[in-house]
Design a protein around this ligand. Structure first.
Ligand SMILES: [Fe+2]
Length: 130
């Protein structure tokens, strides 16, 4: 599981809080995936993944608005990266999986969380140097 670290802070409170929230949602899904007390948790995990997708979309929009407001030079490449990621996560069709559901969901979660953390560290961080 990947949790929020202080090194992810870019120093813009609204954005930092949104990044934190993304990790919180992802962690809820990880926790549920690990939890063996539920007989059927698939629908719940799918629901959290949906929330994560929705929140990511909301966050990107809000981050782009912030970048625009400070006249950030790399806005266009950020938008491209954001849109690529959105396309990727929206092309995942969970209803098509019937075997190894847990493993597959874990892979998807790892992909989303890794992408977000690398994106924060490598791209969003540049905002502070703008
Ligand atoms: Fe971000």
């Amino acid at each position: 599981m990947i949790s929020w670290k202080d090194e992810y802070k870019i120093g813009v409170e609204t954005i930092d809080n949104q990044h934190k929230k993304l990790f919180e949602i992802a962690n809820t899904a990880y926790e549920l995936l690990k939890n063996d007390t539920y007989i059927d948790k698939y629908d719940r995990i799918v629901q959290i993944l949906e929330e994560l997708k929705e929140y990511t979309k909301f966050h990107f929009k809000s981050e782009e608005e912030y970048m625009e407001s400070i006249g950030y030079k790399r806005l266009l490449s950020q938008k491209v990266a954001h849109n690529d990621f959105i396309d990727k996560i929206y092309s995942i069709n969970l209803s098509e999986i019937d075997e190894n559901q847990d493993e597959y969901i874990l892979e998807i979660l790892d992909f989303i969380v890794n992408w977000i953390s690398v994106h924060i560290l490598e791209s969003d961080m540049l905002i502070t140097k703008a």
